[in-house]
Every structure is written in structure tokens, then in C-alpha cells.
Design a protein around this ligand. Structure first.
Ligand code: GLA
Length: 408
């Protein structure tokens, strides 16, 4: 944990230095066309938000079993992602081995694949990962080949120790050069992954530095974290969602803003908060990586994670991320354009008490809609007609999510 604390302080120091700086994009060798991945935002599960450092091979197998048993696979969840702390030591040839918690990665990949699912893994460009395990620095090609041999389908690549070990060491007072080193490190792993010939989703995790959305696709990123870590806490979830407003133009098929993995079902989130969290991520065309303990999932949490109508918003083929059209008091109104001319509207009450702006009177005109709109309330499953200025009652941190197939 000491390493984590040191790295975290390095991250914070550099974050304050680099908040709005820009960098040029590293040039890339021309490559053969690659198989297309992440045409819609990746869906699956990741071990970190619930298990953190404790995750084992058994937990991953149980998660895979549950993704099938709960119907999550059939609802679209495909990737089963091992986060940090699987890494062991390198042998004399530099080949990385998994640690005792993961006795046989190939066998684990085979198991996950046998369920009709895909396996994801985690590393970083530095000498160590965020939790202080072995990173990929100077072993990028070797590690990418190892992942491909094992049958890995997804890599989350986390900056952490690359900051002190490379960026701050090689360019102590040159911010632009630090950013160039960072982008080059992401490009290097992208090339190593592509050279394996295996389709591997590439997930950048560097907390949004240097306006990553502007250059991530040029280094092969299929998704990129836009912020620091999520926690199972409404204020943090709402804060992260708010930070996505304005990034919509950067998302599209094959390349997505990543507001971090889901906390649905974790901590002490209320049902309303879980619903709003999931609705916001769907409006944002965000990757949907569940992060809860699937063997202990309550039915009401399963109902949220497997709500097909909400998933259909997230996975809409047009791939257009929603925008926050306006806010009034503590109520936010988001709109997302969907394929075939449909739209989704989300009204979120972020306030701590229902009297802050309640009842809320929506302005359909501000949403570009004219007159009564017939749609479906995606959390009740019932038909609904939205009318200009009609009173809408929303409990604390709850959401009204409506799909309108033929907006006027
Ligand atoms: C960072 C990432 C998290 C997680 C941990 C693992 O904090 O942002 O999502 O991967 O590292 O150590």
C-alpha cells in the first residue's frame, strides 16, 4: 500500500501541473487493417471495484458463471476483466508469470471462453502497476505476445508508475515532453498488441490527462478513462458524469469516453442512485463494466444491470454520446440521439432533498421537441406522454429515463 500512496501522490502532483496542457500526437507506423472491436461500448465485468487486491482465479470463474446464470451474458455483458494484482515475477527470459492467486492463466482463459465470454487483463507502461505489481516497461512486445498466447481479449493499460519512473525522471521540468512520453508509451503497447494479430480491446487508463480524448484514438485506444477513480458514492458518480458533458464529440464506434467502471450494487448506493448511475452511463454511451460481487447480487440490482431497454440506449448503433442540454436548480436534463431518429431523455434529480426544485417542469422546447411526446418510461416499462411544463416528481437522486421513438 505504501507504493500506492507514493504513486498516488506523484499522480496528484503531476495532475496539478498538467491539467490543461496539450501535446502533439506521436506518429504511427502504417499497419495492416485490424479486426474491428468495440463498435458499441464494451460491456462486461471487472474485478477491481469489489475485489480490489483480493481477486483470485476462483472469483473470476465465479463471475463468469454468474454472468451466464443471471442472464447478463444474454443481455450483452461479454468481457470478464481481471484488474490489477494478478502479476507475478519475470523469469530469466523476461517472461512474466501470474502469481499464486492465478495458477494457470491459459486454463482460466479457456474456461471463460467456454462460457461464450471473453477475458480481459490489466497492466501499465511503467515498471510497476498502481498496486505495486510488475508492469510492462521494456517488455511491451513480450507481454502482448503472452496475452495473445493466453487468449486475452481486452487490455486495460494504467499509467501510474510511468509518471515518476519515466515522465518525471526523463523530463523533470518539461511538461510537453512528459505528455509526449506518455502518448508514445500508449502507442508502443498498441503496436505490440496489433502485431499479435489478435483482436484485443485497448483501454487507456491515465485519468484524462492532456485531453486524452483528443489523441487516444490515434494511439489505438478503444476507450479511455476521462477522470480519476470512481467510488460507490453518489457525489463522486454525479461529479464524474458531469465531467463528461462537453466530451460527446469524441465518442463513436470503436472509440469511447470511459467515465470508469460501474459501481451499481456496491457500497451503500440507494436503488434510485443505482438507477441514475446506470441511466447516466447509458446516456453517455459509456462502457458498461459491472463491478459488483455477482454471486451475491440482489434481484433488484440484477434487474437494473439487465434492463434491456436501458442497455439498448447505451449500445445504440449510432454511437452518439448524449449531452446535458440544461440544468435547473439541481435537476439535469440529458438528451441522446439514437438510431432511426429516436431520442432518449434523462431527467436526473441530483438534489439531496426533493424540495430543491420540485416538482420539476421540463421545457420540451429546450430539448428541441414540440408538443406532447409519446414514449416509454424505461424504468417502469410503461408508456408515458411528456408534455411541456408538466410537473415531474422525482425522489432524491432518482431519474426519469424516457425513450421516444418518433419525436416531434
Ligand atoms: C488505478 C485505476 C483503477 C484500478 C487500480 C488498480 O487506480 O484507476 O481503476 O485499476 O489502479 O491498482
Amino acid at each position: 500500500m505504501r507504493i500506492v500512496a507514493v504513486l498516488t501522490s506523484a499522480v496528484l502532483t503531476l495532475a496539478s501541473l498538467t491539467a490543461a496542457s496539450q501535446t502533439s500526437t506521436p506518429a504511427k507506423a502504417s499497419q495492416a487493417p485490424q479486426p474491428v472491436v468495440a463498435q458499441t461500448p464494451p460491456m462486461g465485468w471487472n474485478s477491481w471495484n469489489f475485489f480490489a487486491e483480493k481477486v483470485t482465479d476462483k472469483d473470476i470463474r465465479h463471475a463468469a458463471d454468474q454472468i451466464v446464470a443471471t442472464g447478463m451474458r444474454d443481455a450483452g455483458y461479454v468481457y470478464v476483466n481481471i484488474d490489477d494484482t494478478w502479476e507475478g515475477q519475470r523469469d530469466a527470459d523476461g517472461v512474466l508469470h501470474s502469481n499464486a492467486k492465478f495458477p494457470d492463466m491459459k486454463a482460466l482463459a479457456d474456461y471463460v471462453h467456454s462460457k461464450g465470454l471473453k477475458l480481459g487483463i490489466y497492466s501499465g507502461p511503467g515498471p510497476k502497476t498502481c498496486a505495486g505489481y510488475e508492469g510492462s516497461l521494456n517488455h511491451e512486445v513480450q507481454d502482448a505476445q503472452l496475452y495473445a498466447q493466453w487468449g486475452i481479449d481486452y487490455l486495460k493499460y494504467d499509467l501510474c508508475s510511468f509518471i515518476p519512473a519515466v515522465m518525471m525522471k526523463q523530463a523533470p521540468s518539461d511538461k510537453a515532453e512528459q505528455m509526449r512520453l506518455m502518448a508514445a508509451a500508449y502507442s508502443k503497447m498498441d503496436e505490440a498488441l496489433k502485431a499479435t494479430g489478435r483482436p484485443i480491446v485497448y483501454s487507456l487508463c491515465q485519468y484524462g490527462w492532456d485531453a486524452v480524448w483528443e489523441w487516444a484514438p490515434t494511439v489505438g485506444g478503444n476507450l479511455w478513462r476521462t477522470t480519476g477513480d470512481i467510488t460507490p458514492n453518489w457525489d463522486r458518480i454525479y461529479d464524474i458524469a458531469s465531467q463528461q458533458a462537453g466530451l460527446e464529440e469524441y465518442a463513436g464506434p470503436g472509440h469511447w469516453n470511459d467515465p470508469d467502471m460501474l459501481e451499481v450494487g456496491n457500497g451503500k448506493l440507494t436503488l434510485a442512485e443505482n438507477r441514475s448511475h446506470f441511466s447516466l452511463w447509458a446516456m453517455l454511451a459509456a462502457p458498461l463494466l459491472a463491478g459488483n460481487n455477482l454471486p451475491n447480487m440482489k434481484p433488484e440490482i440484477k434487474a437494473i444491470l439487465t434492463n434491456r431497454d436501458v442497455i439498448a440506449i447505451d449500445q445504440d448503433k449510432l454511437g452518439k454520446q448524449g449531452s446535458r442540454v440544461y440544468s435547473e436548480g439541481e435537476v439535469d436534463v440529458w438528451k441522446r440521439q439514437l438510431a432511426g431518429g429516436a431520442v432518449a431523455i434523462a431527467v436526473i434529480n441530483a438534489g439531496d432533498n426533493r424540495y430543491s426544485t420540485h416538482p420539476f417542469h421540463p421545457s420540451l422546447a429546450k430539448l428541441g421537441l414540440h408538443g406532447p411526446q409519446s414514449g416509454k418510461d424505461l424504468w417502469t416499462g410503461k408508456s408515458i406522454t411528456l408534455r411541456e411544463g408538466q410537473p415531474i416528481e422525482l425522489a432524491r437522486h432518482d431519474v426519469l429515463l424516457v425513450r421516444i421513438d418518433a419525436p416531434k
